[in-house]
Design a protein. Structure first.
Length: 318
């Protein structure tokens, strides 16, 4: 299919699937009142929509937008858009990135890491019981934190964890990125990487290659007592495999901000598990204003035939 020719006027479709998206819709309306924005398709097709600004793109929507040129994610991940099976190849996909996102993720990872490392749950239990009992202070220099995913966000997290005195190593799926920590690459590198991790931090994007990557076979290669932190995307860690390894005593537990199905159902075994902490997908979120400004900038760039910012490689998924 031939890509449509860009025109001077942009009509934007926003699918208001959550409060997260609605906040960006409100900001876009305020920031660009002249922009035509619709939130639903009123007919079989809409020949005027040239851009989509959303978190998810359900199947069947893209074919109804014959002049669609840009599908922009309102979040840092574009998997909700890339998963659409009928998104034409010529449509450009972007994601939202801002400098503060790495710092927010680093704060979350450090929070969960230190909570486990310094025994905060035990201290809180002692507090509740009125028990004065000094706990041993472990040595961070004897502990290795493995970080899977060393992109713009992962690199900031690695620096923050290094600054706390931990040994840090990293793993990437396909290529070694510039990093100040030892890096392992690919399946062969994972065989050497996993057995060294006292803590495992997953910051990988979700792609066809990373779905189910941390299954029982891989998780079993972690040393006994390893603690797992997943703050990237649900579906990368096979949840039942992890819970089984915790029950068997191989893994000490985990902190999870993301799940294969969100919101996490009240019946999930993760809730009220004494060795697992659940947080509601809040590790890091792009601020509203920069995301809206990036989208408007890309509309301008698209109009003038300029390279887009934060464009996603659709083959890689990020």
């Amino acid at each position: 299919m031939t890509a449509p020719t860009p025109t001077g006027r942009s009509k934007v479709l926003m699918l208001l699937t959550s409060d997260f998206v609605t906040a960006r819709y409100d900001a876009l309306r305020a920031r660009a009142p002249e922009l035509e924005i619709v939130t639903e398709l009123g007919s079989d097709t809409d020949p005027d929509v040239t851009a989509l600004f959303a978190f998810k793109l359900p199947a069947g929507v893209a074919p109804r937008l014959p002049r669609l040129q840009l599908a922009a994610s309102v979040g840092a991940g574009a998997d909700g858009i890339l998963s659409a099976p009928d998104l034409p190849a010529h449509v450009k996909v972007t994601r939202a990135i801002e400098p503060g996102l790495g710092l927010s993720m680093a704060q979350y990872v450090v929070l969960q890491l230190l909570r486990q490392f310094r025994g905060l749950p035990a201290m809180e239990a002692q507090h509740a019981a009125g028990e004065w009992k000094r706990l041993a202070v472990p040595d961070a220099r004897e502990v290795t934190v493995g970080i899977m995913g060393l992109g713009a966000i992962g690199a900031v997290v690695a620096d923050a964890v290094c600054a706390l005195g931990f040994k840090v190593i990293g793993w990437t799926r396909s290529e070694s990125r510039a990093a100040r920590v030892p890096v392992f690459v690919g399946e062969a590198g994972m065989e050497a990487f996993l057995p060294q991790c006292d803590y495992l931090v997953c910051l990988l994007p979700i792609t066809a290659q990373t779905v189910g990557l941390l299954n029982r076979a891989h998780l079993s290669k972690l040393p006994k007592g390893c603690f797992v932190i997943n703050a990237s995307r649900g579906g990368i860690v096979v949840e039942q495999d992890l819970l089984a390894l915790v029950a068997e005593g191989h893994l000490s537990g985990g902190a999870f901000d993301v799940f294969a199905n969100e919101p996490l159902p009240p019946t999930s075994a993760f809730w009220r598990h004494d060795k697992v902490l659940v947080t509601p997908h809040i590790a890091a979120q792009p601020s509203v204003a920069p995301v809206v400004d990036q989208f408007l900038d890309n509309l301008r760039r698209l109009k003038h035939g300029e390279p887009l910012i934060n464009e996603v490689d659709r083959n890689l998924g990020y």
